[in-house]
Design a protein around this ligand. Structure first.
Ligand SMILES: [Zn+2]
Length: 169
């Protein structure tokens, strides 16, 4: 079965091939395999993730080769690098045609993507009411992930206990 996502990925791979070609670089099987792995991943991936994914399919390129291909994907505009303060780089596919909402934790940098455009319904009617023709959308909700919220809750409870005590004095 061919899904709209497959079609989008094939179009992106063609774009990558053309981009490499325009720079006199060849679309080696390794580069294309890295591109396919990143563009097909449901969430952002590290170079190690890509190597692991490719190793499952046969001989995998080294991490340095993967990084070069990842950098090319970013330069070409098909992938985006994410800074999540993890000590290594993660890359996500840039999909122009797919509505998505993402939740970004401002404390630890964890990114959760809600696929399928959950907010699209309400947004679509507001957009239509404005007489606007939408092409794509990406919505980022900034806040705290479950783990960080828990940490803050604990910290908050302590602070509250302190202030209650202070109030009692
Ligand atoms: Zn967090």
């Amino acid at each position: 079965m061919i899904t709209p996502l497959d079609v989008a990925r094939d179009a992106a791979l063609e774009r990558f091939r053309a981009w490499l070609d325009s720079r006199g670089q060849s679309a080696t099987p390794q580069r294309m395999a890295v591109a396919r792995a990143v563009l097909g991943a449901p969430s952002p991936v590290s170079a190690e993730d890509v190597v692991e994914c490719l190793r499952a399919q046969g001989p995998a390129p080294g991490v340095a080769t993967v990084y070069r291909a990842l950098d090319a994907l970013v330069s070409c505009g098909l992938a985006q690098e994410e800074n999540r303060h993890e000590g290594f780089r993660r890359f996500r596919a840039v999909r122009d045609d797919e509505p998505s909402e993402e939740l970004l934790c401002t404390r630890c940098g964890r990114l959760t993507v809600i696929a399928g455009g959950v907010a699209a319904g309400g947004l679509a009617s507001a957009v239509r009411a404005a007489g606007f023709i939408p092409v794509r959308h990406r919505l980022t909700v900034y806040g705290l992930c479950g783990d960080c919220a828990l940490v803050r809750e604990r910290g908050g409870a302590t602070a509250q206990a302190r202030s209650t005590k202070a109030g009692a004095n």
